[in-house]
Design a protein around this ligand. Sequence first.
Ligand code: UDP
Length: 476
Amino acid sequence: MAENTHAHAIVVPFPVQGHIKPSLNLALKLASQGFTITFVTTHFTHQQISQAHKNSTNTNHDMFFQARNSSLDIRHVTVTDTFPLGFDRAGNQDQFWEGMLHVFPAHVDELVDQLMNSSKPRPTCLILDTFYNWGSKIANKFNLVHISFWTQSALSFTLFYHWELLKKNGHFGSPDNRTDVIDYIPGVQEIKPADLISYLQMSDTTTVAHRTCFTAFEDVRKADFILANTIQEFETDTISSIRFHQPFFYPIGPVFLTKSEQQASSALWSESDCEQWLSTKPKGSVLYASFGSYARVTRHDIAEIAYGLMQSEVNFIWVIRDDIVGAHETDFLPTEFINGIKLKDQGLLVSWCSQTEVLSNAAIGGFLTHCGWNSILESVWCEVPLLCFPIMTDQPSNRKLVVDDWRIGVNLSAAEEVSREEVSMKVRNLISGELGNELRVQIQKYKKLMENGIMEGGSSHSNWNKFIHDLQIFKK
Ligand code: UDP
């Protein structure tokens, strides 16, 4: 890309909440630097966001593509994800991934073609989620700069990147009897097999999710730039090692919005207002519990967590998605629990909320989390210590960082299944015990690192400036 060319980036996020939100934040960050942005969502995502916005009782936010009427040049277009709007994507994961792998790229290709011929200024770069294993093909076809956006930790990146090493050493798709520590991944001192990303642990390694991940990590090697939503000081050795292989890897996290930009929401579900309920609770007295946007929890664990929360007598907000147990599973919360918490006004159950708004409320004192990467970054930012209950994908590896490396959280369950006694004891310790205080001191140190990172001269700030500079002088 020649210097002084007016940059126009087409941004295509992976269509799930934990990827759309940071991608939109990245798009807004670029737009505020003078980039023209074409932000691409699928028809389905667009419909979901519009519906969510219509039904939301939280009136603090505008839907993101309505809110962008400011001086920023950000355009929004939709493209089909290949399935009819009524298709149950969450319930047909394999079919969905198959479509994203084989048919979706043809639609993106067609869209880019149209934009190249019709939009002004002409697009100059294509920013794609790293999981899109067809990124370099489309970027090269249209002579666009290929920027891969990695929305997770550097640890997860490097585990995927070196999956063949795991295979060679017999840890890939490892049977349960492998418990020996893995100490040969560059930039990772050691990691237990149980802390690997779930796809790397599964014995069936032939699924479409596997194929997508591994081919994606072939393709990312061809990207011109890789932006990562992590912080250099959080994962110093891992990032240095990645940079050895991929010099154009820029940790620019956390990709958060400023207060005024936060008016725009990309929520896929209607947000319930929690502010009023929280305003009645003392400082640091409330546990926030959420397992993210897609992970499922067994009926047994949901019931034990419910009883444990009730018995702890700690106040809580619990995000219970309708499909938390399964698409057609109902009545998974014990009646005794619902009646019990209502009686004492101990808990607020919501199906979705503005998590960042809730976490930043002074009444929140702890976060029971599935360890999604965005949730961890948001919790650090709000200085809320974590109680970790990882379920799948990158969550076990994120747990390792939070509990073993950074010591800003503790494990919920060492056993196979969680028990109400354990939930109750750990929640109490986190909110009002000595443990919570120790974790709070530690998390303040990480918040400081994060804050310093995005300040003028900090690592993320400098990496961002370097990326913008390198992009300007880059010649494809
Ligand atoms: N989130 C939210 N409201 C909720 C639950 C989650 O806004 O009730 C947001 C949360 O702030 C985070 C994203 O959804 O930005 C979830 O991403 P994460 O990586 O934590 O988990 P995933 O859903 O990808 O498993």
